[in-house]
Design a protein around this ligand. Structure first.
Ligand SMILES: Cc1ncc(COP(=O)(O)O)c(C=O)c1O
Length: 311
């Protein structure tokens, strides 16, 4: 089913499977608007949300209670990129009849085949890599046979549609998604490795790098990596801001997945409740677009130069 945005797809998929009295388990690394929808809107309807450590794996069963109805997963996690053990979590959930939903926007079905890995309902912000040109917002939800009728009925009941013009542009984007993703992957990895070599960088959070939590799970389950990752610099949020302000090729943007590179200061410490974020204050998320990587690296080098002047 198609929706006018990724957020619409997430909320409508959750409403399709939950009812008053149910408990929703959500990864602590979820996209912030998914958390707000659960903590605000779903709560008003008597649905309780409990957060869990994204690295919990098969121990997810320790979080189950008689009212647990669904689990919202996101792998890798928004902002901090922990890779979750989706097959283990889905196997534990399935044994108890609990529905699993995955926000698969980062990998897309090209790099992670969610339903084959055991997920019941898979959600995409098509706004990102499917559309690919930052000019349309769209969302999609796909489900296995068990949940398909519920998903479709909820979308129809809430009048969720994608306009024909937007669907046309999303379909056109889809035709080049594979080649774009391969380029995003190569460029992002090159820049991530370059960042690792900078003395100012404390850590690069990219599922394709060995020190990313869940890297071995990524190697086992994914066929590639896309263009979005974060890095932590030594110093204050003011230093990160100065770095971003000095960039000329990177835009500042909350969305991502398009042809152009973006940089964003992010604040994971504000969006954690199960496991506090202790990975550093000055964290920057990059979306690596389709520009020349040497130009992007030169731009980032200027950013580091500007940041070095902030005490
Ligand atoms: C992981 C993730 N899921 C969902 C969305 C929501 O997508 P949309 O902007 O299409 O509502 C976003 C947007 O930034 C996202 O990063």
């Amino acid at each position: 089913m198609l929706y006018p945005s990724g957020v619409a797809a997430i909320s409508c998929a959750l409403l399709a499977v939950l009812k008053p009295g149910d408990v929703l388990l959500m990864t602590d690394s979820a996209y912030d608007p998914s958390r707000s929808f659960a903590d605000g809107f779903l709560k008003r309807f008597g649905i309780e949300t409990r957060y869990f450590d994204p690295m919990i794996g098969g121990d997810i069963a320790s979080q189950f209670c008689a009212r647990t109805k669904a689990i919202l997963l996101e792998s890798p996690g928004s902002l901090t990129f922990e890779v979750q053990d989706i097959p283990a979590i889905c196997a534990s959930a399935k044994a108890q009849g609990i529905c699993t939903l995955l926000d698969n926007t980062w990998a897309t079905p090209y790099f992670f085949t969610a339903i084959e890995k055991g997920v019941d309902i898979t959600i995409l912000a098509a706004t990102k890599y499917i559309v690919g040109h930052s000019d349309v917002m769209a969302g999609s939800v796909s489900a296995n046979a068990k949940y398909w009728n519920m998903v479709a009925a909820a979308a129809r009941a809430m009048g969720q549609i994608l306009s024909p013009d937007d669907a046309y542009l999303a379909a056109r984007g889809l035709r080049t998604m594979a080649v774009r993703l391969r380029q995003h992957e190569a460029s992002a990895l090159k820049i991530a490795h370059w960042l690792q070599g900078r003395s100012e960088v404390v850590r690069v959070l990219h599922p394709g790098l060995p020190d990313c939590p869940g890297h071995s799970i990524w190697q086992r389950d994914f066929t590639g990596s896309s263009g979005l990752f974060s890095f932590v610099i030594d110093g204050s949020k003011a230093k990160a801001a100065a770095l971003i302000d000095a960039l000329t090729l990177f835009g500042i943007g909350y969305s991502w997945g398009g042809f152009e590179s973006l940089a964003l200061p992010v604040h994971p410490e504000k969006f954690r409740s199960a496991v506090p974020w202790t990975g550093g204050d000055a964290i920057i998320r990059l979306q690596i677009g389709l520009e020349d990587t040497d130009d992007l690296i030169a731009d980032l080098a200027n950013g580091f130069e500007a940041a070095s002047k902030v005490t």
